[in-house]
Design a protein around this ligand. Structure first.
Ligand code: ADP
Length: 260
């Protein structure tokens, strides 16, 4: 039996197709989020990847900012629940999830059963989110996928003192004008995001194991900086960005089980 989880975020849409509630048979990711046709494109892509027809899917759960506007779904659930569910399935030892997406950052504490114990979220300010990184990538004309290599290539990160994205933008431009190297500025940008999110994590209380989900988990510059700030090692996986969609697909399977 197939169930589908779809996570329609601010920046990207992600799908996970599950077989019998425990086997990921296909995934998809489209760089188009809420307010676009990214959700439909993403769903069509995952069906195509798996060679499965829409009618064969028993239940679809949507999550993410765009979840309420996705008419294909049979139900919807919050990202907090879905990330907790997805990460607990992927790694039951995890007790703290740091989820940095395109427009917000969340720190979630789980118990040994994967139930959410506590969380804090920043969705008011672009600093400490993927948005901050994406704005800087545009200014620097360096693809976001190269931030990890660039940040790791220097031991002299620039100091970005502005906490506001708009002011940090001018700060970055003047640092470049004053001769700072691009890799040092990138390392400084990654440190700045990590320090904002570490503040959130310290308020929630960090308990190991720690896992990073969301698209920014793909940026090793931010992961390294978070490990330094929090003095813990941080796990992540190639599926980190898909954890919300995975959780939604798992909930969809439970829903069918409950109905039978
Ligand atoms: P949302 O769910 O809000 O749409 P995601 O969890 O998909 O957000 O994360 C999107 C963010 O992930 C982007 O803002 C970007 O900074 C980061 N990102 C995406 N792809 C990469 C990559 N290849 N390397 C580093 N960072 C990435």
């Amino acid at each position: 039996m197939y169930t589908l989880g779809i996570d329609i975020g601010s920046t990207t849409s992600k799908c996970v197709l599950l077989e019998d509630g425990n086997k990921i048979i296909a995934t998809s990711l489209v760089v188009a989020g809420i307010g676009t046709n990214g959700g439909i494109k993403c769903m069509n892509e995952v069906l195509e990847n798996a060679k499965v027809k829409r009618e064969e899917i028993a239940y679809i759960i949507a999550t993410g900012y765009g979840r309420k506007n996705f008419s294909e779904a049979n139900g919807e659930l919050s990202e907090l629940s879905c990330h907790a569910k997805g990460v607990h399935f992927a790694d039951p030892e995890v007790r703290t999830i740091i989820d940095i997406g395109g427009q917000d950052a969340k720190v979630i504490r789980l118990n040994s059963k994967g139930i959410l114990e506590n969380f804090l979220m920043n969705d008011k300010c672009a600093a400490g989110t993927g948005r901050f990184l994406d704005v800087m990538a545009t200014i620097l004309q360096v693809p976001i996928a190269e931030f990890e290599t660039q940040a790791r290539s220097t031991k002299e990160p620039a100091k970005i003192s502005s906490t506001c994205t708009v002011f940090a933008e001018s700060e970055v431009i003047s640092q470049l004008a004053n001769g700072s190297k691009v890799e040092c500025v990138i390392a400084g940008i990654c440190n700045s995001v990590a320090s904002r999110v570490a503040g959130l994590a310290k308020r929630v209380g960090v308990k190991e194991e720690v896992f990073m989900s969301g698209g920014v988990a793909r940026n090793g510059g931010v992961r390294d900086a978070l490990e330094r700030e929090l003095q813990v090692s941080i796990k992540y996986s190639e599926h980190s960005q898909l954890m919300g969609a995975l959780g939604a697909a798992l909930f969809a399977y439970e829903k069918i089980g409950a109905a039978e």
